[in-house]
Design a binder for this molecule. Structure first.
Ligand SMILES: [Zn+2]
Length: 422
């Protein structure tokens, strides 16, 4: 019997995502003996001396045994390191990190999968699902760093009135998960100054209370339809303070008019009183198309800060959806693929760690310098696509014995990956 070191198996599992192999079985084909350098390279990454390669089932047994928690712990250590190094500081807003909260589908099955599946009926068919509420810290250079994850299952749907709409079920589940998520985040990062960002679902008593209980600021989307009376108050107060306006034209010629009210008051359905600031931004594109966005926030809003708050805190929400979940679903990381029917949480955290490592490579200064030497602006432009970059990494892992210097901590210490937009 061969015994594999846990560090080796973790690297084996991370490589599944780093090389975007898309399914666990591909490990057996891509990391087979026809990739002569795989074993040596992974041994040196892991600091191990394995004499043979595991099969994909070995990884599965290992992850089933340890579960997701140790891998979530590894992610936490990595994020803490990045924060301590101040690598993410350039993205702070009023001294705080913006942590975007968003729910997403994760796994969907057409037959019952486990006792905890959320169920959703679509006509004749029932879907069995697992969803996740993610907290993603917004870093510089368009990076998004998964910092906490809470899985949503049918226990969160308990207590929702029978016959409630799917929208209502989603909202109740996400608000319950939000409280667990914030509690976990605070326990792991007790000192971190956090501003929660989220869509209109969180702009309610519970969303404000969670922020208060866990000492976070917040910026939530203000949806007129969800808080109609408050929206009326907001409109009335806006008319009373016409000076609270900033007009700004973006480099692309989009005209933005920001208006805001300080100290808007709101009493929630449980009778709790809240006070916050509200912003509305009306945007006119060069073709005359208009759109409007609004937010409520505990951050300071003034002539000096309104554009920054709305841009860094509010507008970036779309970036999470694009950079975060969409990348993980569509770029070969294959988030919604069931890598395992039992220890899927462990794979989820491996994917998050791999995505973080990939972003440092894809968006960091190392490859950007290389690209610029070749007359290109970014690494993606140099290699053609993210998929091509993953292919190059796979080629390199399979066929090229990585040089000794690459593993020399003293030498590596001199190499810095900076995350800035320059
Ligand atoms: Zn299930």
């Amino acid at each position: 019997m061969v015994i594999y070191h846990k560090r080796f198996l973790i690297w084996w599992g991370l490589s599944l995502f780093l090389c975007k192999l898309s399914s666990r079985r591909q490990l057996d084909y891509q990391f087979h003996t026809d990739g002569p350098a795989v074993l040596a390279n992974l041994n040196r990454l892991a600091g191990t001396a394995q004499a043979s390669r595991p099969v994909n089932q070995t990884l599965e047994y290992f992850l089933a045994k340890i579960g997701g928690a140790p891998i979530a712990g590894l992610r936490q250590q990595m994020v803490q390191r990045l924060i301590r190094m101040k690598a993410l500081d350039a993205a702070r807003l009023q001294g705080r990190f913006v942590v975007l909260i968003d729910g997403s589908g994760y796994l969907v099955f057409r037959s019952p999968h486990c006792d905890d599946c959320l169920t959703q009926r679509h006509g004749e068919t029932t879907l069995y699902m697992h969803q996740v509420l993610e907290a993603k810290l917004l870093g510089p250079a368009g990076t998004v760093v998964s910092i906490a994850s809470e899985f949503i299952d049918n226990r969160d749907a308990q207590g929702v009135p029978a016959g409630a709409s799917q929208e209502r079920v989603k909202q109740d589940c996400e608000l319950k998960a939000l409280r667990r998520l914030a509690a976990g985040l605070r326990a792991e990062f007790p000192q971190l100054r956090i501003c929660l960002g989220g869509d209109g679902l969180y702009a309610c008593g519970e969303g404000f209370q969670v922020a208060k209980d866990y000492k976070c600021d917040y910026i939530y989307t203000f949806q007129p339809g969800r808080l109609p009376a408050l929206w009326q108050d907001f409109q009335g107060l806006l008319r009373l303070c016409p000076d609270q306006q900033v007009v700004w034209t973006t480099p692309r010629g989009v005209r933005q008019v920001y208006r805001w009210v300080n100290g808007l008051q709101y009493t929630d359905s449980d009778g709790r009183d809240w006070m916050f600031n509200a912003i509305v931004c009306t945007e006119t594109k060069t073709d005359g198309n208009q759109s409007e966005w609004s937010w409520v926030t505990s951050l300071e809003v003034s002539h000096e800060t309104v554009v920054e708050v709305a841009t860094k805190g509010g507008r970036v929400r779309w970036r999470e959806e694009n950079e975060g979940f969409n990348t993980q679903k569509n770029s070969g990381l294959n988030l919604e693929h069931a890598y395992s029917h039992t220890c899927w949480a462990a794979y989820y955290f491996l994917l998050q760690i791999a995505h973080l490592l990939l972003q440092l490579v894809e968006k960091g200064s190392l490859l950007r310098q290389l690209a610029q030497e070749q007359g290109k602006r970014t690494a993606v432009e140099l290699f053609g696509s993210l998929k091509n970059m993953a292919q190059r990494l796979l080629d390199s892992l399979r066929y090229w014995i990585w040089p000794k210097e690459a593993f020399d901590p003293a030498g590596a210490g001199a190499i810095q990956i900076r995350l800035d937009s320059s």
